[in-house]
Design a protein around this ligand. Sequence first.
Ligand code: CA
Length: 416
Amino acid sequence: MSPLHVFARATSVVLLLTTLMARAHAQEPVKFVSKPPNCQNTSGPFDRWLQGVRQEALKRGIHQPTLTAALDGLTEDRDIIRIDRGQSFFAQSFLDFQAKLATSNRVSSGKEKMRQHAAIFQREEAQFGVPAAVITAFWALESDFGSGMGKRPVMRSLATLAWDCRRGEMFREELFAALQIVDRGDLMPSEMISSWAGELGQTQMLPTLYLKYAVDFDGDGKRNLFKSAPDIIGSTGNFIKSLGWTRGQPWLVEVRVPSKFSWEKAGLDIKQPTAAWAKQGITLANGQPLAADQLEASLVLLQGRGGPAFLAYPNFKVFTEWNQSLNYAVTAAYLATRIEGAPPLNRGPAPATPLPPEAIKDLQTVLIRAGHSLAEADGKLGYATRAAIRQAQLTAGLPADGYPSLDLLDRLRAKR
Ligand code: CA
């Protein structure tokens, strides 16, 4: 889950909308634009196309024995194209999502991993500054420490996705990166087995990122993120540092918000010093006071004002860059705090139910008619939609938490 300066992965947060396989959209460098799922493949027959890949690889300095080992006898995997084009989006609440992913099992196995590799985590933190619990949370979510890695040969997955039209340009680069990884001796094609999306190792890095950020942390001369725990820990720390992690700062803390509150201040785009949030009555989830410091944070509400609440610090950006689904990002960040000892989640007094995409589309249509500046009614809950909802709530005299509800949709319809 690994993402981009090149990967300035927009924190264009698609609230509530998460893919079943949240990982599949992570880490895509923004310079490539995905084509629609009904695009026509113009690459020609796979084996002829692969000949062109071999020629370009040789020009890029990749050696013939690598190409023989990695590409001989390769065929396309039609199954992957079907999966890639058929991914469905659906509305899932944060509470349901995190209950499936941030399990108590992962909390305890995460703690166990930290004990088991304490010395390596210490060396990683000295070098890269990323806390053990943060690396461990991603490691748990991505592969359950290597026990859930998928069964498909990576070279075949990458070649298939590179041959196909939907994200061909991006995956052609990933395929060359994977060939370079083999060429420099880190991995053999036969040990590169993963999920269909072509990511490598127990923290699921795209090959271009592996090439850039993987480090040999056990000193055997190879960067092996499939088998070596030290390599996984060091490399994931190095990658997270590259996303802008600041040593010694928090990333996320669960909070309690008073029932009377200026809800329009919630949102990742609004930042205030922690001390200012404390003055407005926000406390830690257990009622204890927040640290009265000047570190800026945003108030994140995951299911409206009646649901769970968090303060997100600058380091939280790393989680949204790892995966652009806000449900995933908060789940991973929260799991890391749990592994560090935070108590189980407070569900909030009255968590709102997410609207399905069609209802969000209806709401957007009504907002556009009412003069709010939204580009289109796409059924996705991005920043612009949330801002418009906030504005509409304020105008209607409602608590302006920017969370879409059927109640708001009904009121706006009634006004027309
Ligand atoms: Ca190694």
